[in-house]
Write a protein of this length. Structure first.
Length: 203
């Protein structure tokens, strides 16, 4: 019995483990938050008539340069407002890339998350996680996503598939004051083109 008790005592909590997992969670959740801001406005076209369920709709169109500029704007505002201890950026190049730095147990750690976005037929967006690096370590994405899925209550419109290493954003289930969103185009080539349709309900 004494040996058993001693064995249990020799397994203290590892603060680095929890600090690291907390950092990874913030990276992923921060990225999801950022995506919900992109449908706000930019290159708005004239409203068009829609079905009886919606009063009108309009399209939002962005290229990579505009998307990156909007990213900088929202992230700077968000981080200043919340006095964030983590400094990060989101830019679209060949992939969607989140980079930055944060403090874990008083030590500054650099990180990078690389994802490939894909447009689904129903207007939702799927993000394929390709690589996650924290400091000099390449982190197993599947293990991190499994931990997040089991330990945290994500919004219902965000679905994690740990086997496929994907994050699906069900935009058709996401609402802001009744307004609906649907992605209509994701083109990562050259200057890039990203289009969303915004559906405004009847009052």
């Amino acid at each position: 019995m004494q040996r058993s008790a001693q064995t249990k005592q020799k397994q203290p909590r590892n603060p680095w483990k929890w600090g690291f997992l907390g950092l990874v969670l913030i990276i992923v959740i921060g990225f999801i938050f950022l995506l919900t801001q992109f449908t706000g406005a930019s290159s708005v076209k004239q409203p068009t008539a829609t079905t009886a369920k919606s009063a009108a709709s309009f399209n939002v169109s962005l290229n990579k340069k505009q998307l990156n500029a909007m990213s900088d704007y929202y992230l700077d505002r968000f981080q200043d407002k919340n006095d964030s201890q983590m400094n990060y950026k989101f830019h679209v190049k060949n992939d969607a890339v989140v980079t930055g730095q944060a403090k874990v147990l008083g030590i500054t750690v650099h990180f990078g998350l690389s994802l490939t976005p894909k447009l689904l037929k129903n207007g939702n967006v799927q993000l394929k996680a390709k690589k996650l690096a924290v400091g000099q370590l390449s982190v197993p994405v599947k293990a991190v996503m499994s931990y997040i899925k089991k330990s945290y209550n994500l919004p219902k419109w965000v679905v994690l598939d740990t086997k496929q290493k994907t994050i699906t954003l069900n935009l058709n289930a996401f609402r802001t004051k009744g307004v609906q969103y649907r992605a209509t185009k994701i083109d990562m080539s050259s200057a890039g083109k990203f289009e969303f349709k915004v559906l405004i309900p009847k009052k």
